[in-house]
Write a protein that binds this ligand. Structure first.
Ligand code: 1GP
Length: 251
């Protein structure tokens, strides 16, 4: 039987294989740029595409995912900024609860309203504890979520939040400094969280250098997400991917 996306993530983690996810914002791509991105990602052995954005103004989500799916075998995982960002053409959906904030709408409210619709989509649903960490300046996610990010130097708060998310049954923890963050999440925070949870840890926001992606993996990240930097310079995909995959795997 075919592995689910979550089983795939778990088996990679067990083998200590680090993964690279390229984030695509459907508002910022067209058919030509998707073709280019898919070609580069396939060549660079990218592990996942995350698709989503804080807004998604265009009506391009379905077409964007269909184009990716017809041109490669890289799994497409929805990373929705709103409950409307659902496409049945994707392989899975990160069912995000903003556990770092205290906005009840993003903790549970929007989930209640969209639950029947999400279930109907038939998508693989992966419950994800989503934590926004202060990235040095307001980002779309910090503004739209109307919730205070965890201060960048409060490792203990982040640790307790991630532990609570795991004990509540969340299957992934995603720590995000926000798209285009000035300061990505520190290795000391990543290390603290990774030491205290067993579920896979996703790290993103403001990662622009392959070296930083490598250090994040060394500190305990399982999946690195990069959006902005590869949007600006798609040739970075290969360098990022090589850096992330250069971490030795368990034999
Ligand atoms: C944002 O984690 C993602 O939600 C990626 O951030 O666009 O800064 O790479 P960047």
């Amino acid at each position: 039987m075919k592995q689910t996306i979550y089983q795939n993530i778990i088996s990679r983690k067990r083998a200590e294989k680090k993964s690279f996810a390229v984030l695509i914002d459907p508002d910022k791509v067209d058919a030509n740029s998707i073709e280019q991105l898919v070609g580069l990602a396939t060549n660079a052995q990218v592990d996942y595409f995350f698709v989503g954005g804080s807004l998604v103004i265009s009506n391009y989500l379905d077409d964007c995912i269909r184009q990716i799916k017809t041109s490669c075998t890289i799994p497409v995982i929805l990373f929705p900024g709103a409950p409307t960002q659902v496409s049945r053409y994707a392989d899975a959906l990160l069912y995000l609860s903003l556990i770092s904030g205290r906005n009840p709408e993003l903790l549970i409210g929007q989930h209640v309203v969209s639950a029947p619709f999400i279930k109907q989509s038939g998508l693989e649903i992966i419950s994800t504890g989503y934590m926004v960490i202060d990235g040095g300046s307001p980002t779309s996610v910090s503004y739209i979520s109307n919730a205070t990010p965890i201060p960048a130097d409060k490792n203990e708060i982040a640790m307790c939040t991630a532990m609570a998310g795991e004990m509540l049954g969340m299957k992934l923890i995603y720590m995000d400094a926000g798209s285009g963050a000035k300061r990505p999440i520190t290795e000391s925070m990543i290390d603290k969280i990774a030491q205290n949870i067993n579920v896979p840890l996703i790290i993103g926001g403001g990662i622009t250098q392959p070296e930083k992606a490598y250090l994040n993996c060394k500190a305990g990240a399982d999946i690195i997400v990069v959006g902005n930097a590869v949007e600006k310079d798609p040739s970075l995909i290969k360098e990022m991917s090589d850096a992330i995959h250069s971490i030795p795997i368990k034999i």
